[in-house]
Design a protein around this ligand. Sequence first.
Ligand SMILES: Nc1nc2c(ncn2[C@@H]2O[C@H](COP(=O)(O)OP(=O)(O)OP(=O)(O)O)[C@@H](O)[C@H]2O)c(=O)[nH]1
Ligand SMILES: [Mg+2]
Ligand SMILES: [Zn+2]
Length: 339
Amino acid sequence: MKKKQLNRRQLWRIQKMQDVYAQRAAKKQAKIEESLNNAALGEERKGIVISNFGQQLDIEALDGENQGEIYRCFQRSNIESLVTGDYVIWQEGDPVGVIIAVLPRENFLERPSSLGELRPVAANIDQIIIVIAPLPEPHANLIDRYLVAAEHYQLSPVLLMNKSDLLDDNNRREMEELLSIYRDIDYPVLCVSSKTGAGMEELKTLLDDKTSVFVGQSGVGKSAMINRLLPAANTQVGALSEARDKGRHTTTSARLYHFTEGGDLIDSPGIREFHLEHLDKETLLNGFLEFRPFLGHCKFRDCQHDKEPGCRLKQAIEDHQINPLRMNSFRHILQTLDS
Ligand SMILES: Nc1nc2c(ncn2[C@@H]2O[C@H](COP(=O)(O)OP(=O)(O)OP(=O)(O)O)[C@@H](O)[C@H]2O)c(=O)[nH]1
Ligand SMILES: [Mg+2]
Ligand SMILES: [Zn+2]
């Protein structure tokens, strides 16, 4: 995947714009905090972040009166950036409530913004569902990047191909080959169609009683699957742009949905790229699960697993224990790391 290169001037301009926005937001926040101090606030309650819209968040009450209802809240400026799935302490207020504390995260998924700042995607999750589709075509390396992140943050990954109804003689073999790479490494792989309903029962079983997050490119049908699984969700689904069969970034902020029978599902906005430059080489290597048994067994201790003699990883490729495409993917991503 080619990294989008911004020149220094562009970066400087973006930074400057962001500074202006940050100043404005801080002023607004100060005003809000002032009014909050004067307003009569309710007792302290436990809640969960359903959605974060920037300045305001939707919090679901987890205890007390009207448990299960959603309240619009501001967060105090001394709290770190909150994300869907965070447990919080909040107080009801009029017209908006206030979040006063965040409880420790069991885990989270994060990724760097285009400026390289790490941003959380979702917190307190059991599994990350990497969604792909025959259309839009999967970006090179994107699955591997997500898997590296899943291994690093210790989240169980599942590879999910949606739009199985679009498989035909032109793309079936290609998709099957792609999926078989991951089946061979024993990652769970599932094929569904939110349009025809094929495979959706199996998917539902996989999601039962767990907190899962749908991630992937824009337009693969994350929100459409949520609507199929939870008709009451009625979340917005966007057509692919006709020009390039790409998604349009219909979902703009992550949102958590409950299954009545137990389990939660988080819809997240589609992404163009998933950068990993904040990770180091060791983390990257360990993110390729099937490499692990061979790491540390090369002839040279500082083996780059490239052209050196006695490289155990290269041997494993020859012995069909490692897929050469995964090795290529590793090399590609390695080139993009900061170090
Ligand atoms: N043929 C077919 N089309 C589907 C299927 N699922 C979703 N789509 C279509 O794919 C397009 C994109 O669906 P969305 O659910 O908005 O995709 P998304 O992944 O949520 O996209 P973002 O919110 O931008 O990240 C819509 O036109 C859907 O109707 C499917 O199983 N088969
Ligand atoms: Mg969506
Ligand atoms: Zn080696």
